[in-house]
Design a protein around this ligand. Structure first.
Ligand code: HEM
Length: 141
């Protein structure tokens, strides 16, 4: 079968969407598992915190790449802008978390906010993924 440029492009975006979404899910689970170890103090080693931070930054970068795929798939601008800005907030807040935890009498408030921000980023990735899928499928009809 001869594929047109448009169907090829849609196929590429569908594949990119699937790979990015699954990577984000996988990293999200790893971040939550590591975070649970830190929170419960079952394990809190410098190297694990560093791995958690690197995985967190990777998740944000993948979210931004997904946002670029969404732009190419002509997904609504508002959701794309929200994902880009939220990624920035998750990364900035994550980088500041240790300083914040060291200077507060209510550390659990900061911890819960950090967890919610992370879950929010994963939720936005899921929304972007669903919208990309819909947009690509309707372009194929
Ligand atoms: C750029 C992204 C991220 C950075 C830089 C980051 C950074 C950190 C740091 C430094 C800690 C340790 C704080 C401490 O000293 O106790 C931490 C803990 C934690 N993180 Fe992240 N994180 C990021 C993303 C995420 C995401 C996406 C999730 C969840 C989906 C998450 C969930 C948690 C949880 C549950 C904890 C345990 C709270 C605690 O007791 O410290 N993080 N994070």
């Amino acid at each position: 079968m001869i594929q047109t440029g448009r169907t090829n492009n849609s196929f590429d975006m569908k594949t990119a969407n699937l790979i990015l979404l699954n990577l984000i899910r996988l990293i999200g689970v790893a971040l939550i598992v590591l975070g649970t170890l830190f929170w419960t103090r079952v394990d809190y080693t410098e190297s694990l915190v560093r791995i958690h931070m690197q995985l967190g930054v990777t998740l944000v970068i993948l979210l931004w790449i997904l946002a670029i795929v969404a732009i190419r798939a002509r997904v609504s601008g508002a959701l794309v802008v929200r994902a880009i800005l939220f990624g920035l907030i998750v990364a900035a807040y994550g980088m500041a978390l240790r300083r914040l935890l060291g200077s507060t009498t209510a550390p659990n408030v900061y911890r819960v906010l950090h967890l919610l921000a992370g879950l929010g980023a994963i939720g936005l990735a899921e929304s972007l993924g669903a919208r990309i899928k819909r947009s690509v499928s309707s372009a194929l009809v």
